[in-house]
Design a protein around this ligand. Sequence first.
Ligand code: RET
Length: 266
Amino acid sequence: MTQTEIFQFIQDNALLSASLWVNIALAGLSILLFVYMGRNVEDPRAQLIFVATLMVPLVSISSYTGLVSGLTVSFLEMPAGHALAGAGAGPEGGVFTPWGRYLTWAFSTPMILVALGLLAGSNLSKLFTAVVADVGMCVTGLAAALTTSSLLLRWVWYAISCAFFVVVLYILLAEWARDAEVAGTADIFNTLKVLTVVLWLGYPIFWALGAEGLAVLDVAITSWAYSGMDIIAKYLFAFLLLRWVVENERTVADMASGLGSAARSG
Ligand code: RET
């Protein structure tokens, strides 16, 4: 299928195309809002949290533009044994695979973790571990979606991705939760931690239920599930974090951090 045909397929499915356009619009608004919110932030650590968080809607608008244009979507023939093997939505068969999502998660989710780690006062080892495990999770999730030779190997990739995810969850729930107590940012950290952990757990669940996994859910519903989770996990998350940072810049500047105290200007 050509890119133009894929673009047409997406445009013809109103529910699917809305799930993508809504995120382009919200990401755009978020970028403008966050730039405005951060205009007077002066502390270097607070600025770093801002930059990392601002990258989230910037990556997102790029990700969704890639999907809606058909650039980062393929129709893939599923291996024998898959519920949609030999069938599929494309004119020439194949299952709608928005692989650009998994690719761009490798750029957006580390930013979320950098922001959270800075907020918790993480040291470099934990920050590094969380980020590389997270990138591993996204890239092996991409591999799961793109493997068409063997159903078993699709799920092996899925399991490897889940193993990386466990590392991320451990750092969030155990290590950083403790660090945030010491840093004096436990209140906001815990709110964002719960939001993150609950929502992030939804992604592997919807992957398993969606067209690329067990095919219980239809393509447009799966796309809305991701888009809905993205709206909360990215824009709402980022808004709550940045609002807190603006109101508590002194706390951020003075907090005990495993990365050392950031040089303060002014
Ligand atoms: C996959 C499938 C393989 C197993 C696991 C997954 C986890 C994905 C997660 C994605 C989070 C994405 C976010 C995006 C917002 O920008 C790749 C679905 C564990 C947790 C928060």
